[in-house]
Ligand binder design. Sequence first.
Ligand code: ACO
Length: 227
Amino acid sequence: MTKKLIIIGGEGNGGVVAACIEDINRIHKKSVYEIIGFLNDYHANKICNYPVVGKTETAKEWAKEGYLLSFAIHPIGHGSLRVKLFDHLEIPDESLATIVHPTAFIASNATLEPGVFVMANCYIGPQTQLAKSVFVMANCVVGHNDYIGPFCHLSAGSVVSSYITIGKASDICLSASILEKVSIGDYCVIGAKSLLTKSTGNSEMYIGIPAKLHRRIEEKEYTLQEK
Ligand SMILES: CC(=O)SCCNC(=O)CCNC(=O)[C@H](O)C(C)(C)COP(=O)(O)OP(=O)(O)OC[C@H]1O[C@@H](n2cnc3c(N)ncnc32)[C@H](O)[C@@H]1OP(=O)(O)O
């Protein structure tokens, strides 16, 4: 049966989800998902040629009607805001779509929680857990025995080796690499092309090779008004 999907967000990550769905339907030669439209508070018309069917606050009503939802609001460096927005929407876990592109390799004993999105050509290793609504963009490697916390975002080409723990809503940016047995706190950013060799605290931004603490991410950046 075709699953009816609503994407929460805009043309950035939301557009990637839509493109992935289109490719899933093409590969399976059938409508696995039907994209009903987007929920967005700032665009009233169309996003990626799909209608905007309401504001984000209507997510709960769509869920009650039986639609699946993909929460695709992942602004880099605003992990705390991401979690606040999600909590505000009160979407039950069973209404979150878990979407995996058919070219991704997922180990049989890896765990994908509700709302996880894995784009094309990714590798998710054995005994790794991707917690709720983790987004793994194209060409990422996530090694074995990792825990990637809820709402984390792994940008295209990032490499997370093994025995890694990442807290809530942290961002691993484009082509960044994380050495094994490192732990990353909540709401962190590991900058593009960086190589993280040591563990971080919470709300810290690391950049460079080897990555050094660039700055702390201040909580005042995270208010719903500033979204
Ligand atoms: C397909 C997709 O998934 S696309 C979406 C993903 N997007 C990304 O992954 C982009 C990630 N963004 C980054 O890595 C950014 O550079 C951030 C978030 C780390 C920048 O943080 P900011 O604190 O805003 O840094 P800012 O831009 O002010 O730069 C400060 C300095 O750090 C340097 N810098 C910034 N990022 C990096 C980096 N990744 N590596 C090395 N140096 C860097 C800048 O050149 C600048 O140097 P300068 O002071 O000598 O001029």
